[in-house]
Design a protein around this ligand. Structure first.
Ligand code: AMP
Length: 125
């Protein structure tokens, strides 16, 4: 179910629990700023979620609240993961859902990375 309004950070959201090691994930990359793991319901041959380590509900929350080092480190990690999967050669898509209209389900800011097949124009169905 999508989040309708993003309130204060919920420490019990599933990605917070993954970051604390309470819930397992298939980790594909980790550094000081980001954790990347396979989406549990993949929509493409490569479907990785990249999340910042800090407690941010949305992109705007992240860019307003995080340091430049955290923001830069996070987006560097997104690029690193895309390269790690060889997607710079074949192409890929990144996407961040936000709030009700964006159908955000998990209220911890995250970027989806899709690749491994032709993804079609713009929106995934
Ligand atoms: P959204 O918030 O709409 O951008 O999507 C959240 C994504 O998290 C969905 O694609 C889910 O399949 C994925 N997801 C939810 N729980 C887990 C989990 N425990 N491990 C990996 N992916 C998850």
């Amino acid at each position: 179910m999508a989040v309708t309004g993003l309130g204060p950070y919920d420490d019990n959201n599933i990605f917070a629990r993954i970051l604390r090691g309470e819930v397992p994930c298939k980790r594909v990359y980790e550094d000081a700023f980001a954790l990347a793991f396979d989406d549990i319901h993949p929509r493409a041959p490569v479907h990785v979620l990249i999340i910042p380590k800090g407690k941010y509900v949305s992109l705007a929350d992240f860019t307003a609240g995080a340091s430049a080092e955290e923001v830069g480190g996070f987006f560097k990690a997104v690029g690193t993961v895309a390269k790690q999967f060889g997607l710079e050669e074949t192409g890929y898509r990144i996407l961040a859902n936000m709030g009700g209209n964006g159908h955000q389900e998990v209220p911890h800011f995250h970027v989806h990375l899709f690749g491994g097949r032709a993804l079609g124009p713009m929106l995934l169905q």
